[in-house]
Write a protein that binds this ligand. Structure first.
Ligand code: NAP
Length: 285
């Protein structure tokens, strides 16, 4: 069974490759792809096949995917361009004869009001329309997403949010990678499945501040502001308006509970509890 992985130059894709290798999948059955294969040189030295695959270059995708039984399409990080990029990847998978596509979507993709959801929903529709066997990994929030706020909290002793009483059932990036690897190891068991993946515990921002305080060994006070105040603080700190609005939009989705569901599907897939928030934050200090 041969596996091709996009975004292997990124953090999640890299972790999936490592998980597959640790789990005993022969290196020559893995093709790790990315825009810049120089970033994959160490994997190549360990026997993993590597190939250039740029979502903007369909021919590169088709060449990279040829011969693979299953594709892990790690969603692109280029927000705003992702529907066309992912369509290119799905079409290339069809052309290359890939039988099964596994896609990293977002929690509640079809109903979520999260600003990130529409691109994932559209991608899921493209995959479903392709008729390929598929597995949709609707990933919730990474605990690592709070790394920047953690560093700010270390400097300032405060955590700023407009997420109000919203809860986040985050899990670690390695947890989500382990889930993807579990599916890739036994694709037939996950054919046409849709998984809502999230952490076992949905925490509040008060609890996030407390976890940061524990990880940093200093007091961290939570400052809850309105979306308008939040945007003003962010633009005042030098963020451009579009980015500030995007960040505040994520907090709005969080406040509305879009990242809070605790389905238990992630811990079931990986066969262990998800990584506690404070444990991940401690690795980021
Ligand atoms: N659930 C969450 O909380 C969360 C948080 C952040 C991101 N995400 C999503 O999950 C994905 C994986 O997360 P991550 O932490 O691994 O992100 P990451 O480290 O930023 O990796 C993103 C990957 O996408 C690749 N990529 C970007 N544009 C591409 C293109 N035009 N063609 C081919 N590859 C391209 C990057 O390649 P280069 O090395 O060439 O840049 C990189 O390998 C992200 O891309 C994003 O869609 C989810």
């Amino acid at each position: 069974m041969s596996v091709v992985i996009t975004g292997a130059t990124g953090q999640l894709g890299r972790l999936v490759v490592e998980d597959l290798l640790v789990g005993g999948l022969p290196a020559d059955q893995i093709t790790a792809t990315g825009r810049d294969t120089a970033k994959l040189a160490d994997l190549s030295a360990r026997g993993v096949s590597t190939a250039r695959a740029d979502f903007e270059d369909p021919a590169s995708l088709k060449a990279a995917f040829r011969g693979a039984d299953i594709l892990l399409l790690v969603s692109s990080s280029e927000v705003g361009k992702r529907v066309d990029q992912h369509r290119n990847a799905v079409e290339a998978a069809e052309d290359a004869g890939v039988g099964h596509i596994v896609y990293t979507s977002v929690l509640g993709a079809t109903e979520s009001s999260l600003v990130l959801a529409p691109e994932h929903k559209a991608t899921e529709e493209i995959i479903l329309a392709s008729g390929l066997t598929h597995t949709l990994l609707r990933n919730g929030w990474y605990s690592e997403n709070y790394e920047q706020q953690l560093h700010q909290a270390r400097e300032t002793g405060t955590l700023l949010t407009s997420a109000g009483a919203g809860r986040v059932a985050s899990a670690s990036r390695p947890d989500y990678a382990a889930a993807a690897a579990a599916v890739l190891r036994d694709p037939a068991a996950h054919a046409d499945a849709v998984y809502e993946l999230s952490g076992d515990t949905a925490w509040t921002f008060d609890e996030l501040a407390a976890a940061m305080a524990q990880a940093l060994g200093r007091e961290v006070a939570l400052t809850n502001v309105t979306p308008e105040e939040h945007e003003a603080v962010l633009t005042g700190a030098g963020l451009d308006e579009g980015t500030a609005r995007f960040v505040v939009g994520l907090d709005t989705g969080t406040r509305e509970g879009e990242l809070s569901s605790t389905t238990g599907e992630l811990s079931r897939l990986i066969g262990r509890p998800t990584t506690p928030l404070v444990e991940t934050l401690t690795t980021l200090v």
